[in-house]
Design a protein around this ligand. Structure first.
Ligand code: TMP
Length: 208
């Protein structure tokens, strides 16, 4: 029943809530599942994630960001994602390499071919069967975040966040069979049902 599902989207899109809801639903059905997220989780990933998000006033170049997010990812893929998929579990990951393409590629403006090569090295070519994009305008997503304790990415100007939204839509348009684009302004319950409809179609197929 191994199945790899990722959640993506800009700030305040609600992907963590939906990743959690999917995990709970699978658990209620006694379908073995693991919920994880990027950056973080492994001990190195936690340190890198804290630094990447919260290193106030530290000038981290876009290329360094690309490498550090991917260092965290390489740990997570090797130590958690791959072993759990090999054990036949459903692995749900809140952000994966599409985040890097959207943020460091489209957002920071790094060469997309370079991003692709580095991402692919870190993931060892492991791609999700399904990627859910929770699509929301940059303005609405950021408004949900409020103004207190914003991390390095949330503090970026609105143009950066517009580029990320456009980048995600481009990625989804290029690979429509992998992506499920959901209007993230709908109610949590409706979004949960739309996602479940797609996931439940994939589950029996994976059993074979
Ligand atoms: P989050 O835990 O709220 O999703 O925050 C992670 C932040 O890091 C978010 O602003 C997106 C950013 N990010 C990147 O820029 N590149 C990446 O590869 C990943 C995984 C996250």
């Amino acid at each position: 029943m191994a199945l790899f599902i990722t959640f993506e989207g800009g700030e305040g899109c609600g992907k963590s809530v939906q990743a959690g809801a999917l995990y709970r639903r699978l658990s209620e059905l006694a379908i073995p599942a693991v919920l994880t997220h990027e950056p973080g989780v492994t001990s190195l990933g936690k340190k890198l994630g804290r630094w990447l998000k919260w290193a106030e006033g530290t000038d981290i170049s876009p290329l360094t960001e690309l490498l550090l997010f991917n260092a965290s990812r390489a740990e997570l893929v090797t130590k958690l994602i791959k072993p759990n998929l090999e054990n036949g579990k459903v692995v749900i990951c809140d952000r994966y390499d599409d985040s890097t393409t959207a943020y460091q590629g489209y957002g920071r403006g790094l060469n997309l071919e370079v991003v692709k090569v580095i991402n692919s090295a870190a993931t060892q070519g492991l791609k999700p069967e399904l990627t859910v994009l929770l699509d929301i305008s940059a303005e609405e997503g950021l408004a949900r975040k409020g103004t207190e304790r914003l991390d390095r990415f949330e503090q970026e100007d609105i143009t950066f966040h517009h580029k990320i939204k456009e980048g995600y839509l481009k990625l989804a348009g290029d690979e429509p069979e992998r992506w499920l684009v959901v209007d993230a302004t709908q109610s949590k319950k409706i979004i949960e049902e739309i996602i479940w409809q797609r996931v439940s179609q994939l589950l029996p197929r994976q059993r074979g």
